[in-house]
Design a protein around this ligand. Structure first.
Ligand SMILES: Cc1cc2nc3c(=O)[nH]c(=O)nc-3n(C[C@H](O)[C@H](O)[C@H](O)COP(=O)(O)O)c2cc1C
Length: 274
């Protein structure tokens, strides 16, 4: 029998129409399912050791060929956070949260190690290695997020940190062959402005068994659009449907806020991407 907590989290995520599976749930899954992005923070510093524990969790993630091809810069200085907030689309929560982490795809370290040994690192020039870097950085960061959230902290990922990657690289004194993947603000959530669990597409839309099968997708997405609009309204936001919130982000490069220049920026940082 699934416990009450798991059932409650499941129904917040998917609404009441998706049957709750019979599982013996565990505290890790429940903590992951309770995730919500936090955009309002208290002015309270992180507990002693929370950053170090989260980075150990990040480093404990699987790593393609154990190359450990990422780095992270922790920013706590208010003036630097303010400057980075401005560069990332003026997002107020970046200024407010006590800690800002900038996650980097880092080929520079392996290049330096290769150079020191007189060894070729030609494969750093291939797009697939960039994919390795992006995947490994993402799963490492998400382990850190799981650790922060288990400690009662809240986070917001910040793709906006790529809007002005060159200026961010300058602010952080990044060496060649490093690329800003995303930022992550971390702090204690402000209980007077609580964040809620945002519904997701029904699992049947994303879980394909044996072969890809989009049957039933349209009906499920239509149902999700309604659920999403109701959630937005309950949050005091305009009750936009999911498609109406999502498709404009894909419509034209204007919605990329500078990120449409990413290939140029990466090439200037020394990435090959062949
Ligand atoms: C890589 C990545 C980049 C994101 N960038 C931003 C951002 O710049 N600003 C922001 O407010 N939220 C950002 N988000 C948060 C998403 O908007 C959020 O995760 C999504 O709406 C789902 O909401 P939830 O996390 O509360 O479930 C980002 C999330 C990810 C994974």
């Amino acid at each position: 029998m699934s416990n009450d907590r798991f059932k409650a989290l499941w129904e917040e995520r998917y609404g009441s129409g998706v049957p709750v599976p019979l599982v013996t749930s565990d505290p890790v899954t429940e903590s992951l399912m309770a995730h919500r992005t936090v955009r309002a923070y208290l002015n309270t510093p992180l507990p002693e050791g929370a950053l170090e524990a989260a980075i150990a969790a990040a480093q404990s993630a699987s790593s393609s060929s154990n190359m450990q091809i990422w780095s992270v810069v922790a920013v706590e200085d208010q003036a630097r956070k303010d400057r980075l907030a401005t560069l990332a689309g003026n997002q107020a929560h970046i200024r407010q949260a006590p800690l800002l982490l900038i996650w980097l795809i880092d080929f520079g370290r392996l290049k330096r190690i290769g150079d020191a040994k007189g060894k070729s690192t030609e494969n750093l020039e291939y797009l697939d290695t960039f994919m390795v870097g992006a995947v490994d950085t993402g799963i490492a960061a998400q382990n850190a997020v799981a650790s922060f959230e288990a400690a009662g902290l809240g986070v917001v990922y910040l793709g906006g940190m790529r809007n002005n990657s060159e200026a961010v690289a300058k602010e952080l004194n990044l060496p060649p062959l490093t690329a800003v993947a995303f930022g992550l603000s971390v702090g204690f959530p402000d209980p007077t402005r609580p964040a809620h669990i945002k519904p997701r597409l029904a699992p049947s839309v994303v879980l394909h068994r044996e072969q890809y099968d989009a049957t039933g997708e349209q009906e499920s997405v239509a149902h999700y659009n309604d659920m999403y609009a109701a959630f937005q309204k309950a949050e005091g936001l305009p009750g936009k449907r999911w498609v109406d919130a999502t498709l404009p982000r894909l419509e034209s490069p204007k919605a990329l806020h500078g990120r449409e220049r990413l290939r140029d920026v990466l090439e200037k940082q020394g990435f090959g991407l062949r």
